[in-house]
Design a protein around this ligand. Sequence first.
Ligand code: TA6
Length: 296
Amino acid sequence: ELAKGVNGLDKIVLRESRGSSAEVYLYGAHVTSWKNDHGEELLFVSNKALYKPPKAIRGGIPICFPQFGGLGPLEQHGFARNRFWTVDTDPPPFPTPTYSKAYVDLILRPSEEDIKIWPHSYEFRLRVALGPGGDLMLTSRVRNTNTDGKPFTFTFAYHTYFSVSDISEVRVEGLETLDYLDNLKYRERFTEQGDALTFESEVDKIYLSTPTKIAILDHEKKRTFVIRKDGLPDAVVWNPWDKKAKAMADFGDDEYKHMLCVEAAAIEKSITLKPGEEWKGRQELSAVPSSYCSGQ
Ligand code: TA6
């Protein structure tokens, strides 16, 4: 249902019959909460998040569109996360069944201002849905509605902040041996070593051509987050660590210990749509109990 969130910003609360829930702000179509049926919060949102346009909310699942990162003419991560979206009460039929009544469709079309900075017409529809088992599904559909015959090209990411007990006891499985671009080294290309990722310093890597499924294991909570994605070949792994954490006004100095961004993305190969064409990018998040012993 529609509710008032922080600073009076409108948000939609989704509840699933077994007790799981999610919240998405119309500002940025920004998911800021995903709770399991025990009411545990699974996403990280900074205690210092501003909830004050035009700044993006720090945490949850920022939508990076039409530009991931800072390499390009637009502001960092584009502008979709800095805009007010609206509820789409009559969306076109959904390509894949959602198996859920707990969902909302949001839509973003460019304003006159937006067209000045990115001269294209589009319809960006985001469906946020809670599945029967408490899974959180985000499906983005971007359609080129240019009437001048012009195609457009974009990059995209679901910039998901997962809540973890202790970053030094987290492992990520599924990205071993893959090539990545290291954002800390001018996006130079490297190859990942052969076993699960662990974390002891700042990391900012764009893994390329990644598998559909990526797992994030939280040792203390004996819990594994699973990302299943479609249409999103890349995955960004980011933790600012202590120095960068201190440099962010909307991020607590110690909060880096309790979060990890693993972002389903389309970056290396940008997406080009001709007028009338539509792109779909989906991620499904689940949180399952895991018996994971560190060091193995
Ligand atoms: O996804 C990683 C990244 O591109 C990092 O380089 C860092 O800038 C992070 O996004 C956060 O960006 P933001 O604009 O939300 O502060």
